[in-house]
Design a protein around this ligand. Structure first.
Ligand SMILES: *[C@@H]1O[C@H](CO)[C@@H](O)[C@H](O)[C@H]1NC(C)=O
Length: 306
């Protein structure tokens, strides 16, 4: 079983991740309320962290309907495209790192934000709602593999522009925070019948192996500080609960999520030890943070409507 933590502690863990990862403090402010902890942030994943890439993709890629999405964002809150009422997980992590919000969606770059990116500052968000770890997940969305490729393209563009010399660029990247948050959509393979639940262990092992391949590709491109968000309690999503009597969380859904989380921790520890010696990483328990809020909404100062 996963160890349990209160929401308060889980939230503090995200702060800890960021501060632990940031060994040197970069001077300056980019509009956040805290001193900047890292030169840039690079975000990869799905709708939990997408800040607008899908708004630039044609259907059938899902777009966040506004309203209700975005209704609680400040007027200068970075525009639409988030699948939340307010700031999402990428924004919240960025705020703890000293930024005002997530770095901009990669597909939304302007000449100014592209300039920052080329100089190794601020970073970019490559996440795409509906995407997964596996290429087969999603329809018209940007898979994790493609997101990593877009980061490689970004790095090549940095080198070509030559505004910062190669050594400095390597240093900036090594100090930057890489965030990955994905995997939930791959589980759609069980609900749409592509993969029978009896084959879950092999499918989940394939997911974890593919995830680690992509993380190794980021390491090869210079990532040294990585925050991985684990699998959310899928059995507590409304789509899982409608099928359960009294609307309780689905035990099967949650145990499949925990299977991924245990394997991810084990395989990641092995991969880091054997082939990513300079990587510092932390796996944040989205599972525990969300599960605690669902089980005891008062912990998060919320009332749960059922
Ligand atoms: C992807 O979306 C298109 C257009 O909506 C649809 O025709 C196609 O069947 C979808 N493919 C998959 C694999 O779901």
């Amino acid at each position: 079983m996963e160890e349990r933590r209160s929401t308060v502690v889980a939230a503090a863990t995200v702060v800890f991740v960021v501060f632990y990862l940031a060994s040197s403090v970069v001077a300056g402010e980019v509009g956040g309320e805290r001193p900047l902890q890292v030169p840039a942030m690079y975000v990869f994943g799905d709708s939990l962290v997408d800040v607008g890439n899908n708004d630039f993709l044609p259907p059938p890629a899902p777009r966040a309907p506004r309203p209700p999405c975005g209704v609680d964002l400040p007027p200068d809150g970075g525009g639409g495209g988030r699948f939340t009422n307010g700031y999402n997980l990428a924004d919240i992590i960025a705020q703890h790192a000293g930024f005002k919000m997530s770095p901009p969606a990669y597909l939304s770059l302007t000449p100014a934000t592209r300039g920052d990116l080329r100089r190794g500052l601020v970073g970019a968000n490559y996440a795409s709602s509906g995407s997964g770890i596996l290429d087969i997940t999603g329809n018209g969305t940007i898979s994790l593999g493609r997101q990593v490729k877009l980061f490689a393209d970004t790095k090549a563009a940095m080198a070509t522009a030559g505004e910062v010399d190669g050594e400095r660029m390597g240093h900036l990247l090594s100090q930057s925070l890489f965030v990955t948050c994905t995997g939930g959509n791959d589980y759609g393979a069980f609900s749409d019948g592509t993969v029978p639940v009896s084959e879950a262990p092999a499918f989940i092992a394939h997911m974890v192996a593919t995830y680690i391949q992509h993380i190794k590709a980021l390491y090869k491109q210079g990532a040294r500080r990585l925050a991985i968000m684990d699998m959310l309690p899928l059995g507590c999503l409304p789509v899982s609960r409608v099928a359960v009597q009294n609307g309780q969380c689905s035990g099967v859904g949650n145990s499949l999520g925990q299977l991924f989380n245990r394997l991810l921790r084990r395989e990641m520890a092995g991969a880091a030890a054997s082939s990513m010696p300079d990587l510092r990483y932390s796996i944040g328990s989205l599972y525990n943070a969300l599960h605690d809020i669902i089980v005891n909404p008062a912990l998060a100062g919320k009332q749960l409507k059922t």
